[in-house]
Design a protein around this ligand. Structure first.
Ligand code: ZN
Length: 259
Protein backbone atom coordinates (compact mmCIF):
# COMPACT_ATOMS: atom_id res chain seq x y z
CA UNK A 1 0.00 0.00 0.00
CA UNK A 2 1.23 3.50 -0.76
CA UNK A 3 1.77 6.00 2.02
CA UNK A 4 -0.51 8.67 0.50
CA UNK A 5 -2.87 10.04 3.15
CA UNK A 6 -6.17 11.82 2.67
CA UNK A 7 -8.21 14.27 4.73
CA UNK A 8 -12.00 14.04 4.27
CA UNK A 9 -13.23 17.48 5.35
CA UNK A 10 -16.93 16.65 5.56
CA UNK A 11 -18.69 13.55 6.86
CA UNK A 12 -21.87 13.00 8.87
CA UNK A 13 -21.91 10.14 11.35
CA UNK A 14 -25.39 8.69 11.65
CA UNK A 15 -24.72 4.98 12.13
CA UNK A 16 -24.41 2.80 15.21
CA UNK A 17 -21.09 2.69 17.09
CA UNK A 18 -20.32 -0.65 15.41
CA UNK A 19 -21.01 0.84 11.97
CA UNK A 20 -18.70 3.76 12.78
CA UNK A 21 -15.90 1.36 13.76
CA UNK A 22 -16.28 -0.54 10.48
CA UNK A 23 -16.41 2.68 8.45
CA UNK A 24 -13.29 4.03 10.18
CA UNK A 25 -11.39 0.77 9.56
CA UNK A 26 -12.17 1.03 5.84
CA UNK A 27 -11.12 4.72 5.88
CA UNK A 28 -7.75 3.90 7.47
CA UNK A 29 -7.19 1.05 5.00
CA UNK A 30 -7.75 3.55 2.15
CA UNK A 31 -5.28 6.03 3.66
CA UNK A 32 -7.92 8.44 4.98
CA UNK A 33 -6.33 9.49 8.27
CA UNK A 34 -8.31 12.55 9.17
CA UNK A 35 -12.00 13.41 8.92
CA UNK A 36 -14.10 16.38 9.97
CA UNK A 37 -17.27 15.05 11.62
CA UNK A 38 -19.92 17.63 10.81
CA UNK A 39 -23.12 18.44 12.66
CA UNK A 40 -26.13 20.46 11.50
CA UNK A 41 -29.05 19.29 13.62
CA UNK A 42 -29.48 17.88 17.12
CA UNK A 43 -29.07 14.35 15.73
CA UNK A 44 -26.12 15.15 13.47
CA UNK A 45 -24.39 17.07 16.25
CA UNK A 46 -24.74 14.06 18.57
CA UNK A 47 -23.33 11.73 15.89
CA UNK A 48 -20.38 14.05 15.22
CA UNK A 49 -19.63 14.34 18.95
CA UNK A 50 -19.68 10.57 19.39
CA UNK A 51 -17.28 10.04 16.46
CA UNK A 52 -14.90 12.74 17.73
CA UNK A 53 -14.88 11.16 21.19
CA UNK A 54 -14.27 7.66 19.82
CA UNK A 55 -11.43 8.78 17.49
CA UNK A 56 -9.77 11.82 19.06
CA UNK A 57 -6.59 11.39 16.96
CA UNK A 58 -8.37 11.26 13.64
CA UNK A 59 -11.68 13.06 13.85
CA UNK A 60 -12.09 16.83 14.11
CA UNK A 61 -15.42 18.25 15.23
CA UNK A 62 -17.75 20.82 13.64
CA UNK A 63 -21.04 21.60 15.36
CA UNK A 64 -23.78 23.85 14.08
CA UNK A 65 -27.32 24.21 12.82
CA UNK A 66 -28.15 23.93 9.14
CA UNK A 67 -30.82 25.59 6.95
CA UNK A 68 -33.40 22.91 7.75
CA UNK A 69 -33.45 24.07 11.37
CA UNK A 70 -34.10 27.71 10.43
CA UNK A 71 -37.35 29.14 11.71
CA UNK A 72 -37.98 26.43 14.32
CA UNK A 73 -36.49 28.71 17.03
CA UNK A 74 -34.85 32.13 17.28
CA UNK A 75 -31.19 32.26 16.17
CA UNK A 76 -30.19 33.18 19.73
CA UNK A 77 -31.62 29.90 21.02
CA UNK A 78 -29.45 27.94 18.58
CA UNK A 79 -26.41 30.05 19.52
CA UNK A 80 -26.99 29.31 23.21
CA UNK A 81 -27.22 25.58 22.46
CA UNK A 82 -23.93 25.76 20.57
CA UNK A 83 -22.29 27.59 23.45
CA UNK A 84 -23.38 24.80 25.79
CA UNK A 85 -22.12 22.06 23.44
CA UNK A 86 -18.81 23.89 22.96
CA UNK A 87 -18.37 23.84 26.75
CA UNK A 88 -18.05 20.04 26.59
CA UNK A 89 -16.02 19.43 23.43
CA UNK A 90 -13.16 21.00 21.49
CA UNK A 91 -14.55 22.44 18.28
CA UNK A 92 -12.48 22.70 15.10
CA UNK A 93 -15.22 24.60 13.25
CA UNK A 94 -18.78 25.88 13.38
CA UNK A 95 -21.18 24.13 10.99
CA UNK A 96 -22.59 23.13 8.94
CA UNK A 97 -24.68 26.19 8.40
CA UNK A 98 -25.64 28.18 5.34
CA UNK A 99 -28.51 28.44 2.93
CA UNK A 100 -30.55 26.34 0.53
CA UNK A 101 -33.20 28.10 -1.51
CA UNK A 102 -33.76 25.02 -3.67
CA UNK A 103 -35.53 23.00 -1.00
CA UNK A 104 -36.48 25.70 1.50
CA UNK A 105 -37.14 29.02 -0.30
CA UNK A 106 -39.98 29.87 2.12
CA UNK A 107 -37.58 30.17 5.07
CA UNK A 108 -35.02 32.37 3.27
CA UNK A 109 -35.07 35.16 5.86
CA UNK A 110 -34.81 32.76 8.80
CA UNK A 111 -31.95 30.92 7.04
CA UNK A 112 -30.04 34.19 6.60
CA UNK A 113 -30.50 35.06 10.29
CA UNK A 114 -29.41 31.63 11.51
CA UNK A 115 -26.39 31.67 9.18
CA UNK A 116 -25.37 35.16 10.34
CA UNK A 117 -25.72 34.20 14.03
CA UNK A 118 -23.28 31.31 13.52
CA UNK A 119 -20.84 33.49 11.55
CA UNK A 120 -20.78 35.84 14.56
CA UNK A 121 -20.18 32.94 16.93
CA UNK A 122 -17.32 31.62 14.76
CA UNK A 123 -15.82 35.10 14.71
CA UNK A 124 -16.05 35.30 18.50
CA UNK A 125 -14.40 31.88 18.86
CA UNK A 126 -11.82 32.39 16.09
CA UNK A 127 -13.03 29.26 14.28
CA UNK A 128 -13.65 28.55 10.59
CA UNK A 129 -17.22 28.06 9.33
CA UNK A 130 -18.46 25.12 7.25
CA UNK A 131 -20.97 26.56 4.78
CA UNK A 132 -23.59 24.94 2.58
CA UNK A 133 -24.99 27.06 -0.25
CA UNK A 134 -27.42 26.00 -2.94
CA UNK A 135 -29.31 28.35 -5.25
CA UNK A 136 -28.44 31.09 -2.77
CA UNK A 137 -25.26 32.59 -4.25
CA UNK A 138 -26.24 36.23 -3.84
CA UNK A 139 -27.64 35.83 -0.32
CA UNK A 140 -24.55 33.89 0.81
CA UNK A 141 -22.22 36.63 -0.43
CA UNK A 142 -24.41 39.32 1.12
CA UNK A 143 -24.48 37.69 4.58
CA UNK A 144 -20.72 37.11 4.44
CA UNK A 145 -20.18 40.78 3.55
CA UNK A 146 -22.59 42.11 6.17
CA UNK A 147 -21.33 40.01 9.09
CA UNK A 148 -18.18 41.33 10.78
CA UNK A 149 -15.15 39.07 10.79
CA UNK A 150 -11.87 39.86 12.50
CA UNK A 151 -9.85 36.83 11.41
CA UNK A 152 -6.63 37.07 9.44
CA UNK A 153 -6.55 33.50 8.11
CA UNK A 154 -9.21 31.77 6.02
CA UNK A 155 -12.79 32.38 7.11
CA UNK A 156 -14.03 28.87 6.34
CA UNK A 157 -15.04 26.50 3.58
CA UNK A 158 -17.85 26.28 1.08
CA UNK A 159 -18.51 22.57 1.32
CA UNK A 160 -19.80 20.39 -1.51
CA UNK A 161 -19.27 23.26 -3.93
CA UNK A 162 -21.49 23.10 -7.03
CA UNK A 163 -21.12 26.63 -8.40
CA UNK A 164 -19.49 28.08 -11.47
CA UNK A 165 -16.08 29.73 -11.79
CA UNK A 166 -17.53 33.17 -11.22
CA UNK A 167 -19.08 32.22 -7.87
CA UNK A 168 -15.84 30.45 -6.91
CA UNK A 169 -13.89 33.64 -7.62
CA UNK A 170 -16.26 35.72 -5.48
CA UNK A 171 -15.86 33.27 -2.59
CA UNK A 172 -12.07 33.18 -2.94
CA UNK A 173 -12.15 37.00 -2.72
CA UNK A 174 -13.91 36.58 0.65
CA UNK A 175 -11.20 34.35 2.16
CA UNK A 176 -13.05 31.07 1.67
CA UNK A 177 -11.62 27.67 0.83
CA UNK A 178 -13.60 25.53 -1.61
CA UNK A 179 -14.31 21.85 -1.09
CA UNK A 180 -15.28 19.41 -3.83
CA UNK A 181 -17.37 16.29 -3.20
CA UNK A 182 -18.33 13.28 -5.31
CA UNK A 183 -20.52 15.53 -7.47
CA UNK A 184 -17.36 16.60 -9.34
CA UNK A 185 -17.05 13.01 -10.64
CA UNK A 186 -20.58 12.87 -12.10
CA UNK A 187 -20.91 12.59 -15.85
CA UNK A 188 -22.88 15.82 -16.30
CA UNK A 189 -20.60 17.95 -14.11
CA UNK A 190 -18.41 19.59 -16.77
CA UNK A 191 -19.12 23.10 -15.49
CA UNK A 192 -18.18 22.06 -11.96
CA UNK A 193 -14.96 20.45 -13.22
CA UNK A 194 -14.09 23.85 -14.75
CA UNK A 195 -14.45 25.36 -11.27
CA UNK A 196 -12.30 22.53 -9.87
CA UNK A 197 -9.54 23.34 -12.35
CA UNK A 198 -9.75 27.03 -11.43
CA UNK A 199 -9.44 27.00 -7.61
CA UNK A 200 -5.81 27.67 -6.57
CA UNK A 201 -3.85 24.91 -4.78
CA UNK A 202 -3.85 26.68 -1.41
CA UNK A 203 -7.67 26.96 -1.27
CA UNK A 204 -8.57 23.45 -2.41
CA UNK A 205 -10.21 20.83 -0.16
CA UNK A 206 -11.87 17.45 -0.73
CA UNK A 207 -14.74 15.74 1.07
CA UNK A 208 -17.26 12.94 0.81
CA UNK A 209 -20.35 14.48 2.48
CA UNK A 210 -20.92 10.96 3.86
CA UNK A 211 -23.48 9.34 3.72
CA UNK A 212 -24.66 11.19 0.59
CA UNK A 213 -23.41 11.62 -2.97
CA UNK A 214 -21.03 8.69 -3.42
CA UNK A 215 -18.60 9.42 -6.28
CA UNK A 216 -18.17 7.55 -9.55
CA UNK A 217 -17.29 4.60 -9.66
CA UNK A 218 -19.24 3.79 -6.48
CA UNK A 219 -22.17 6.09 -7.24
CA UNK A 220 -25.42 4.82 -5.75
CA UNK A 221 -23.75 3.15 -2.78
CA UNK A 222 -23.91 4.61 0.70
CA UNK A 223 -21.02 7.06 0.80
CA UNK A 224 -18.19 6.83 3.35
CA UNK A 225 -14.84 8.56 3.98
CA UNK A 226 -12.80 5.83 2.22
CA UNK A 227 -14.36 7.01 -1.05
CA UNK A 228 -12.70 10.45 -0.86
CA UNK A 229 -9.87 8.81 -2.83
CA UNK A 230 -12.15 8.86 -5.90
CA UNK A 231 -12.70 12.61 -5.52
CA UNK A 232 -8.92 13.13 -5.34
CA UNK A 233 -8.41 11.00 -8.46
CA UNK A 234 -10.96 13.08 -10.38
CA UNK A 235 -9.41 16.37 -9.28
CA UNK A 236 -5.97 15.07 -10.28
CA UNK A 237 -7.24 14.46 -13.81
CA UNK A 238 -8.97 17.83 -14.02
CA UNK A 239 -5.94 19.70 -12.65
CA UNK A 240 -3.40 17.64 -14.64
CA UNK A 241 -1.50 16.39 -11.64
CA UNK A 242 -1.35 13.19 -9.56
CA UNK A 243 -3.83 11.96 -6.95
CA UNK A 244 -0.90 11.86 -4.51
CA UNK A 245 -0.27 15.55 -5.06
CA UNK A 246 -3.99 16.38 -4.61
CA UNK A 247 -4.04 14.30 -1.41
CA UNK A 248 -0.94 16.08 -0.13
CA UNK A 249 -2.02 19.65 -0.79
CA UNK A 250 -5.63 19.18 0.34
CA UNK A 251 -4.43 17.51 3.57
CA UNK A 252 -2.08 20.41 4.22
CA UNK A 253 -4.88 22.94 3.62
CA UNK A 254 -7.29 21.00 5.83
CA UNK A 255 -4.76 20.78 8.68
CA UNK A 256 -4.28 24.54 8.54
CA UNK A 257 -8.02 25.12 8.67
CA UNK A 258 -9.24 22.38 11.06
CA UNK A 259 -6.09 21.04 12.78
ZN1 ZN B 1 -23.15 18.03 5.09
Amino acid sequence: MSNVTYYDTHAHFEGSPAETVALMERAFAAGVCRIVAVGGSAGLNAGALAAARAYPENVRLALGFDRDQAGSAEPGVFADTLRQLAGHAALAAVGETGMDFHYRPETADAQCALFAAQLRLADEWGLPVVIHTREADEATLRVLDETPWRGDCLRGVIHCFTGDKDFARQLLDRQMAISFSGIVTFRNADRLRESAAFVPDERLLIETDTPFLAPVPVRGQRNEPAFVTHVAACLAEVRQTTAGRVAELTSLNARKLFG
